[in-house]
Design a protein around this ligand. Structure first.
Ligand code: SAH
Length: 350
């Protein structure tokens, strides 16, 4: 039951807004009842918009090559022991075919920033998927590209784009990225994607080095004003060989609380329980759903390349066939009372 102790949770829910002191309180409190109430309220809000359904996205990791040198990422260009691969057109299309048979109606093509996947190649691939699967959503997550490129991919049939903003604090951004990467450009890309008509996802890592409650507060305010269709958050996990290899990993508990807070601030958002959350806790993704998430993204990449999309260490599900990932996800969700559904799972506007 709600009581005076849960005032903060109820206020955040009612206002769809949070103050810095409220955020500080909700991230710091060790009152278990209050935390339970936070999760329960967020779950109730998610149920009221999307029901007891979990949307599936089939993730296809198309390239482990990257021209960028993000300090946290195991695929940064200076990572000398990364195994670099690129999927062929056929491998990508075969992954979609397999995914379609397994009931996926969204394909997410993700990769490093790899010039091999130029506009000509990507337009060809996206166009082919669009023609073969008219009832599916195509999501891209290929980093920063030009406005013209985003437009061409949209015209070829892509519907959604995931581009985590990583942090809404410019000074923090500059500590996570080399000086040739620009906070303003990343934010500009998000605006451009939205203007073109994509359903857009932003997001950030929880517990990235130099993150503070103040930078998280900025992330939340950015989410409130930008009104993305999707928000991807997951704990930071150190990757060997990177400048942050020795940094502490992000907290599962904080990630769960932030999932709930994001759900309360933005009831309609599509919110994945991420692989990173599942990597740090055996039932991390289930706990994410119970905290208000409503999307899971099982891996559809060809088995032989799975382990080489190593953005962080100890990533789970690198040894499972797509069908196993699909079944495992369904089983796990059913165990907590949720159905994985065969539908596109578009954003529901208010
Ligand atoms: N090149 C694409 C895809 C990046 S991978 C892009 O720029 O958008 C997707 C996300 O993984 C990144 O946006 C980042 O937030 C997250 N990520 C990268 N390294 C990570 C790490 N060490 N721990 C946890 N998440 C990480």
């Amino acid at each position: 039951m709600t009581n005076y102790r849960h005032q903060t949770v109820m206020q955040v829910r009612a206002n769809r807004d949070i103050t810095l002191p409220q955020l500080q309180h909700l991230l710091a409190t060790d009152n278990e009842d209050e935390v339970k109430e936070l999760f329960a309220q967020a779950r109730e809000v998610a149920d009221s918009v999307y029901g007891k359904k979990v949307f599936l996205r089939g993730l296809i990791e198309i390239s482990s090559h990257c021209k960028n040198d993000c300090l946290y990422c195991g695929l940064r260009r200076s990572q000398t022991d990364a195994v670099r691969y690129r999927l062929t057109d056929k491998e990508i299309l075969d992954s979609c075919a397999k995914g379609y048979r397994l009931g996926f109606r969204t394909f997410v093509l993700q990769g490093g920033e790899d010039a091999w996947f130029d506009d000509t190649r990507m337009v060809r691939i996206v166009g082919e998927i669009r023609r073969n699967y008219t009832d599916c959503a195509i999501t891209l997550s290929l980093g920063e590209r030009s406005a013209e490129s985003y437009q061409r991919l949209f015209d070829a049939g892509a519907n959604r784009y995931l581009l985590r903003h990583e942090t809404a604090d410019a000074a923090h951004y500059a500590r996570l990225h080399p000086s040739d990467m620009s906070f303003n450009n990343r934010m500009q890309c998000l605006e451009t994607l939205k203007r073109i008509g994509y359903q857009v996802g932003c997001g950030f890592m929880v517990g990235s080095p130099f993150q503070t409650v103040e930078t998280i507060y900025k992330d939340l305010q950015f989410i409130r004003t930008f009104q993305p269709h999707m928000v991807g958050i997951g704990p930071f996990i150190p990757a060997h060989g990177t400048p942050f290899a020795g940094e502490p990993q992000g907290s599962v508990e904080t990630t769960l609380r932030l999932l709930s807070i994001i759900r309360l601030l933005h009831p309609h958002v599509l919110l994945p329980a991420t692989t990173a959350l599942g990597t740090l806790h055996p039932i991390g993704r289930e706990r994410g759903i119970m905290a208000g998430a409503n999307v899971v993204m099982p891996n559809l990449s060809p088995l032989e390349h799975r382990k080489d999309y190593a953005i962080y260490d100890n990533k789970i599900c690198t040894g499972d066939e797509a069908a196993e990932c699909r079944n495992c996800t369904e089983y796990r969700m059913r165990a907590i009372g949720y159905e994985t559904v065969v539908e596109r799972g578009d954003y529901k506007s208010a």
